[in-house]
Ligand binder design. Structure first.
Ligand SMILES: *[C@@H]1O[C@H](CO)[C@@H](O)[C@H](O)[C@H]1NC(C)=O
Length: 452
């Protein structure tokens, strides 16, 4: 009898847990035209689309170089230490000298300007984006694709892949028209003065941007925070997203966390491909603890660290480059560059320069403070999406989930590829591999829609 009661309790408790963790909530009511500009929404909104050119002007360059030259002496790394305590200051010095003496501000701006840039106001914020239309014959279909970056980055991250995406590829009957946007508060996009601009709200803004440009249906490629915004977009507006290609795919559904923990009992059973990328969880948490200090600072007190970083280009460069390095290869702390040299130094300095010029380190870092605590986010995160999705997983991506967990969120995961190389900034690190996968994936998305 006792055994029977005990079994009944276990079964009921199990059913309760499964029900609780798999329940799909109703979507929250959200104002999709919420005003993020200063003050109140005006009677008539400015909906113009204005061409924009990136400029690194002489006043800015001179001021920046002056600050870099007048900096105080750095504390030397400890004896025998490379990057284990943070940015190696001997190495940093070399990079800063390069920034002052060799980095060609004018030429870099010219390179960025080889694409057409625009600005337009969405919900009160002046957003910057790159918009490239391919030049092709009529027999090649042109498909719009929105590219979304993360932190610390901007649409600049895509300058190696844009030319490949917009050039016809052997064996494919389509090519892409690219829209690469700077998230609000990043790069050349205006930040908000109002609290609450979280990834869900950014997803809404990015959809409004696409509607402004005349795109009702489009593909999305995204990673990092961009992929958070994009994932919410696929959940709230599946009718707009034809397919979603993601290089940092994550399911934040309650059931996914439960499965992640249960999976640690038998890692090899739950993920036959790469159990070592998640398990043992202890190893993963150790890595997270080691590398997520910035995350805690930015999600709690972004404005304080922001004072130092807005005031000192050396500080800004060190802070950003340390993270860019680790996200490119987390196993190179025993080198002076700490992983940075997996990328082209000019690309890295473009990113730092863009952040410096726009004084946007605070507005971009605040996304961490907005990113987690809003109830709408947990609700929408818990709703699965039917938008066909392709996951691409590079070795040193900052987080990894096996497909059996991703499917909790992405119910039509039509493709999943993992590589034993590459990192977080895939568009800069392994541009061709990324684009090849976008082409194959979009073909899968098209097949998916044709089957329906
Ligand atoms: C130069 O660029 C800086 C940074 O974008 C800007 O604040 C400043 O107004 C510009 N100065 C001139 C003279 O254009």
């Amino acid at each position: 009898m006792k055994l029977l009661i005990f079994s009944a309790i276990v079964v009921l408790a199990g059913a309760y847990i499964v029900m609780k963790f798999t329940r799909v909530p109703d979507p929250p009511e959200i104002d999709v035209q919420r005003w993020w500009g200063s003050g109140k929404r005006p009677q008539k909104e400015d909906e113009s689309i204005r061409p924009f050119k990136i400029e690194f002007n002489d006043t800015m360059i001179q001021d920046l170089k002056q600050r870099l030259k007048n900096r105080r002496r750095f504390t030397k790394p400890l004896e025998g230490i490379q990057s284990e305590y943070g940015m190696n200051t001997d190495y940093l010095e070399k990079i800063l000298n390069y920034w002052v003496e060799k980095y060609d501000f004018k030429k870099r701006a010219e390179l960025l300007n080889r694409f057409p840039h625009f600005k337009t106001k969405i919900q009160g914020l002046d957003l910057h984006y790159i918009h490239v239309k391919p030049k092709v014959n009529k027999d090649i279909e042109v498909l719009p694709i929105l590219l979304l970056h993360g932190w610390p980055s901007s649409s600049k991250e895509f300058d190696k892949i844009i030319p490949i995406l917009t050039t016809p590829k052997d064996g494919y009957k389509f090519v892409f028209e690219v829209i690469a946007a700077d998230l609000p508060g990043f790069g050349f996009s205006e930040g908000t003065n109002k609290p609450g601009l979280n990834p869900l709200q950014i997803g809404i803004m990015m959809r409004n941007l696409m509607l402004r440009l005349g795109f009702e249906k489009y593909y999305v490629q995204a990673g990092d925070w961009g992929s958070q915004a994009a994932t919410h977009m696929t959940t709230l507006f599946p009718e707009n997203v034809l397919g979603y290609h993601c290089n940092m795919p994550l399911s934040s559904r309650a059931i996914s966390y439960l499965k992640l923990f249960i999976g640690s009992l038998a890692p090899n059973l739950v993920d036959s491909d790469h159990p070592e990328r998640v398990y043992p969880l202890k190893k993963h948490f150790t890595y997270l603890m080691r590398e997520s200090g910035y995350f805690h600072i930015q999600s709690t007190k972004p404005d304080t660290i922001g004072v130092a970083l807005t005031d000192s280009p050396a500080g800004l460069a060190a802070y950003m480059m340390e993270k860019i390095a680790i996200c490119s290869n987390r196993d190179q702390l025993d080198t002076p560059h700490g992983g940075l040299e997996n990328l082209d130094i000019d690309d890295v300095l473009d990113t730092v320069t863009i952040t410096w010029v726009n004084e946007c380190i605070v507005t971009s870092s605040r996304l961490y403070a907005e990113g987690f605590y809003h109830p709408d986010i947990s609700i929408v995160a818990n709703i699965p999406t039917a938008v066909p999705t392709a996951a691409i997983k590079f070795l040193y991506e900052v987080s990894y989930q096996p497909d059996w967990i991703l499917r909790d969120k992405f119910q039509n995961l039509v493709r999943s590829t993992s590589f034993d190389f590459g990192g977080h900034f895939a568009a800069l690190h392994t541009p061709k591999v990324l684009v090849d996968d976008v082409f194959v994936s979009v073909e899968e998305f098209i097949k998916f829609h044709n089957k329906k």
